[in-house]
Design a protein around this ligand. Structure first.
Ligand SMILES: *Cc1c(COP(=O)(O)O)cnc(C)c1O
Length: 413
């Protein structure tokens, strides 16, 4: 920070405090990660001040020589990284990207089949509180109550029954691989288009440590700040034939000017994602999540679906007699941040949040491995099982600090 401490010492202090908080806490929030410093630099660059509407070569303001190159770079790199036919890098966020895809090929009121939110889906997949549900007629599929895996037979049954125009795969909290091929087959059977929302998984897909939805989908959307480690903003990948419609739906359909600084950050992370360090972080992310899940199971925790194939571990705390909220609070006071999360069974008890969701992305970016993950799980267990003991929480917090000191946030790419 060069000028901020002079212009606004209060705000500069808050930035510093936030830097310190990140440095001294263990971050298990599945929807966060630590971005390389170069991402933060380009997001704070002069590109933030350029006003653009339209697409490279077809802008509504002059002075676009350099920003056209930035957007073209993001386009070329993104298409190559994800082996996509077409890409739009302008959506402000994952939700904007989803909205634009819906409006690109559907009419208001059309039917969409997507995953239910308490079973893992996202607000923008037609939750009643989201504008998406006011524009389109959503039905939802769920996980099987025993296996806690997506019930593909039910997806097929519902699809044949309601005949949706679009099927949406993808989730905010689903720790297993999604069989995109199977859902694309179902979509074909009912002549629906197929979209996958890989917001949480983009980094893992980019590094090829889990299978890509791209070959099976008409549209794939994602955000860049989760496993992708690239700052904020959304991206749409699609088949060439939908390219024009998607572009029009993003601008002028759903957005006005877009954020060139975020497009530049997307270009940068698409480059970094092809490099060895990014790939090794993503590999570690998968290994660390598996280790987390298996130790927690040994300790008697109910892990949704009995394990994980990605960066997420979902715990139903009902059998341990504590709520998601109380676990989240006591862990935060011990220096471990994560989020409470609904679990499939909560659907029967509206208002209840019985679980927590863990993500291994940020700790893996910090370089932590098996022995640190073991220690973190031991510390979490100790804190959650002794919530009332200030002494235990204090002890956990001091171990957390030691771990954080030994693994400072690494901002080099
Ligand atoms: C996080 C997430 C999004 C979020 O997008 P925003 O950038 O917060 O609008 C969309 N879809 C899924 C499945 C997500 O998990």
């Amino acid at each position: 920070m060069l000028y901020l401490p002079h212009d606004d010492p209060d705000l500069a202090g808050l930035v510093k405090n936030e830097e310190d908080r990140l440095e001294t806490t263990i971050n298990l929030i599945a929807a966060e990660n630590h971005s390389p410093q170069s991402i933060l630099e380009v997001m704070g660059s002069v590109f933030n001040t350029k006003t653009i509407e339209g697409y490279p070569g077809k802008r509504f303001h002059s002075g676009c020589a350099h920003v056209d190159k930035v957007e073209n770079l993001a386009i070329t790199r993104g298409k190559s990284l994800f082996e996509a036919e077409y890409i739009n890098v302008q959506p402000h966020s994952g939700t904007s990207a989803n909205l634009a895809v819906y409006f690109s090929v559907l009419n208001v009121g059309d039917r969409i089949l997507s995953m239910s939110l308490p079973h893992g889906g996202h607000l923008s997949h037609g939750h009643k509180a989201s504008i998406t549900s006011k524009c389109f007629d959503f039905s939802h599929y769920k996980v099987n109550s025993e296996t806690e895996l997506i019930d593909y037979d039910r997806v097929r049954e519902i699809a044949h029954f309601i005949k949706p125009r679009m099927i949406v795969a993808g989730a905010s909290s689903y720790p297993r691989l999604i069989d995109y091929e199977k859902i694309s087959q179902i979509a074909r059977e009912v002549s629906a288009v197929f979209m996958a929302d890989m917001a949480h998984l983009a980094g893992l897909v980019a590094a090829k440590v889990i299978p890509s939805p791209v070959p099976h989908c008409d549209f794939v959307t994602f955000t860049c700040y989760k496993t992708m480690m690239g700052g904020r903003g959304g991206v749409i990948l699609c088949k060439e034939i939908f390219g024009k419609k998607v572009d029009q739906a993003v601008f002028p359909g759903c957005q006005g000017t877009t954020a060139v600084n975020l497009i530049a950050a997307k270009a940068l992370i698409f480059k970094l994602a092809m490099e060895e360090k990014f790939v090794s972080i993503q590999k570690k992310t998968i290994q660390n999540a598996r280790i987390m899940a298996s130790i927690l199971m040994e300790k008697g925790y109910h892990i949704i679906s009995g394990g994980t194939d990605n960066h997420q571990v979902l715990i139903d705390l009902t059998s341990k007699g504590i709520s998601g909220k109380s676990a989240e609070n006591c862990l935060e006071s011990a220096g471990i941040v994560l989020n409470r999360n609904v679990v499939p069974q909560d659907e029967k008890n509206p208002g209840r949040v019985s679980g927590i969701r863990l993500g291994s992305g940020a700790v893996s970016a910090r370089g932590m491995g098996e022995s640190q993950i073991r220690e973190i799980v031991e510390l979490m267990d100790m804190a959650m099982m002794n919530q009332a003991s200030q002494e235990v929480i204090k002890k956990v917090k001091s171990s957390v600090l030691k771990l954080c000191k030994a693994f400072p946030i690494n901002r080099s790419a």
